[in-house]
Write a protein that binds this ligand. Structure first.
Ligand code: ARG
Ligand code: ZN
Length: 406
């Protein structure tokens, strides 16, 4: 069955989705009624929510043939809105992507363009080869389409505590894997400059948490978010950040396979989430993980649990103190401002996220979701020229957090 599905997928692979005339509307919900109305609108799968249903703004991509209908509906509901992007395809066309080598070999990484999986995995292997005393690369499992879940461990041998950083769990958030590999370079190739903090921890980095989705967002549909698993005849993919087994499906997640926030047929239905969870459980048996970062875009938020409900964790003060150290250090680099808080309270409740699981089940006290640049001018189409500055500020934020415990 799975083989047949994969064969069919290979035949369908030629088709590339275009976004000509697709607009992004920014809606400004004020009261909880407004949020409720937007949450209802989300059931319409012709719309693609670029942000969660959230205050102060919610961004929605709308196909050209539906623009009028949506505008009418928003007016009816008394929801103020503006158009922030007029042609998504045009922005997509301007994205600088490192064209893959024809023979399938990795191209050297740079941080001036967005790279394909083969380059990112190749870079990890290269580091393992060049720095065998410091770097270990392993596969912690396979994706639905049988790609490696490649994880890299950076350790100088002196640390007793660990730090986790993943990126790309949502396929279209290209800045996330780019920044995680930027951090990897800082840890390994720039070790001398960062050694005081590198030495403090064993660093576990998973730059491509959703390898199938990431590739698909390059080859077929730039704005693909989910995994590529098939649980129904009608639609493909599960939202991997609704699939974790902690208060699964309680709020802000969907049981509709065609929804962008489909939580899956059951918790950990996705090999990508299950293998990461299993790995963390095993590695954290001795509670050696101090920090858990899952990197997303966009919005510029440093979020902590809980995401599943409108409540503060008991130890919120600790999470805020450490987190704000990061937020302030991040801002000092280029003036980029992040908002700190529990994700349900700051944004909107969404259960089944990895951050909640890491804290609630995985026992990692300091668990955060980072929503990187920007605040919607480019959204997911953040120009590659912003990879380096985004990497710099994020790394400074995480470093300050890491030093906070010294
Ligand atoms: N934009 C992220 C998502 O939708 C936010 C996740 C925040 N964490 C949470 N548990 N809701 O996945
Ligand atoms: Zn995301």
């Amino acid at each position: 069955m799975k083989l047949l599905v994969l064969l069919l997928a290979a035949f369908a692979a030629a088709e590339r989705v275009r976004y000509d005339g697709y607009e992004v509307k920014r809606v400004f919900p004020k009261e909880s009624d407004d949020l409720r109305h937007l949450a209802e609108l989300r059931h319409d799968n012709r719309l693609d929510f670029w942000t969660e249903v959230q205050k102060p703004y919610t961004d929605i991509m709308v196909p050209p043939q539906m623009v009028e209908e949506l505008e009418g509906r928003l007016r009816e509901l008394g929801l103020p809105f503006m158009t922030i992007i007029r042609d998504v395809q045009k922005l997509s066309d301007e994205q600088k992507v490192a064209e893959p080598n024809e023979d399938g070999t990795p191209r050297a990484m740079d941080w001036t363009s967005y790279h394909r999986l083969v380059d990112i995995h190749g870079y990890m292997d290269q580091l393992a080869e060049d720095y065998p005393d410091m770097v270990t690369v392993m596969s912690i499992g396979s994706s639905y389409e049988d790609r490696d879940m490649k994880l890299i461990k950076v350790s100088t041998g002196s640390a007793t505590q660990k730090m986790w950083i993943d990126g790309g769990i949502h396929a279209r958030e290209w800045i996330a894997p780019a920044v995680v590999t930027y951090i990897l370079r800082e840890l390994v190739e720039n070790y001398e400059e960062n050694r005081d903090v590198v030495d403090l921890y064993d660093w576990y980095l998973l730059p491509l948490h959703n390898p199938d989705g990431y590739e698909y967002s390059h080859t077929n549909a730039r704005l693909w978010r989910k995994t590529r698993s098939r649980w129904s005849g009608s639609c493909v993919g599960v939202d991997p950040n609704r699939n974790w087994d902690y208060h699964w499906m309680e709020q802000g997640a969907s049981s509709d396979p065609c929804s962008e926030i489909y939580a899956g047929p059951e918790p950990f239905s996705e090999p990508e989430t299950r293998s990461a969870a299993d790995f963390i459980m095993a590695e954290n048996a001795d509670e050696s993980f101090v920090g858990f970062f899952t990197v997303h875009s966009y919005g510029q938020y440093w979020l902590c649990p809980w995401g599943y409900d409108y409540i503060y964790p008991d130890d919120y003060d600790d999470l805020e103190d450490a987190g704000m150290t990061g937020v302030n250090a991040l801002e000092d680099v280029h003036g980029t401002q992040f908002t700190f808080g529990p994700s349900a309270i700051v944004l909107y409740a969404a259960a089944g996220g990895s951050d909640d699981w890491a804290k609630g089940v995985g026992n990692i006290k300091y668990s955060y979701t980072l929503e990187l640049r920007d605040t919607g001018f480019w959204g997911f189409e953040l120009p590659a020229s912003q990879i380096v500055p985004t990497g710099q500020e994020t790394w400074e934020g995480i470093k300050a957090f890491a030093r906070y415990f010294q």
